[in-house]
Ligand binder design. Sequence first.
Ligand code: PMP
Ligand code: GLN
Length: 398
Amino acid sequence: MTVQGSWQRAARGALLLAEDGSAVPTIFSEMSQLAAATGAINLGQGFPDYDGPREVLEVAQREIAGGNNQYPPGRGMAVLREAIAAHQKRFYGLDVDAEREVLVTAGATEALSATILALIDEGDEVLTFAPFYDEYGACIAFGRGVHRTVPLIAPEFRPDLDRLRESVTDATRLIILNAPHNPTGAVFDRETLELIVELAIRHDALIVTDEVYEHLMYDGRVHTPIATLPGARERTITISSGGKTFNTTGWKVGWLIAAPAIVDAVLAVKQYLTYVNAGPFQPAIAAGLALPDSVFTGLAADLQAKRDLLVEGLRTAGFGVSVPPAGYFVVADALPLGHPDGATLCRELPQLAGVVGIPITAFCHPEDAPAFRSLVRFAFCKRLDVLEAATERLAALG
Ligand code: PMP
Ligand code: GLN
């Protein structure tokens, strides 16, 4: 079993095929398969094991029964584009033109791939933070871009701002941030966001911001989209998805918001990737986005309790744990337990403890990996009884 990110093969030009011609699975598929094969509790791939709001599910059922089963419009159904624009206004005070500034995509995944493929030329530099969500690395490689990284420094997973300053140059085409961040749950402070905007303006780079965890903020925190900062809006592509907010990761309803010319450029690529998707689910996510504030705060409160349970359990088991301010994941340091290598531990964890996690090094280029070597990501978007069982099993590790 490999525990390296499969995007590394794309980066080497190996087109994601193994020696025997089979497709190299992503780290998430690989770990989910490992969990299924061993019967271990899957705290690897980030998907909830429970449903989201009933209202949202019922709209999809009604849409299918009512005949919404053909291609939706290329930019997405108007009802969803309008709901996305209204959501940005309601939560962040942003005015978005639903006609020209919104594009519905096959999950945030396609919003990211179409954006990266549309906006980079061969040799353009793309900056991400490290660790990074694996898709960024694969798509930068598909677009023949040059991937530069700025490491996030544990335990707060904040970048060194001087390193960030040095890493953005006139060769930088895109700066990709993920706020809140997968895998660490980090939320960038205002100073970091301001510096990203300042550097993007100075070097005429575009900002791509992956905000799929925008509503999963804990301890009373409020998400600040980078597009709300002065000077950011016209050069920012904001990406999100209904998957995490409504526990519908299988529906693949995502979107991006950007200036009309950027949306048109991304649409030009997107129309040849999927053309369109998720017809009956689009009005359902639209209904979800219009639900009362209490639904969004309730989601965060529920996940916060799950986070607390897993943090406590991991600490009791002997891991070093910093409490994530947002997102789906806890990063646990296995070094205090005598495991210096998270990748090796994750391979053995189903046998040792009946639990699956993902090594943070799978989200890194090899040169950034040493700083994250003993860290493992565990997902807490699971039922409380599942998290309790997992922490009991992990306690046996000590
Ligand atoms: N970005 C990040 C940071 C993610 O964690 C994920 C996976 N949930 C995605 C993008 C992809 O989102 P979607 O499932 O909507 O394609
Ligand atoms: N975003 C999910 C995670 O980080 C995985 C999605 C996927 O499997 N591509 O676990």
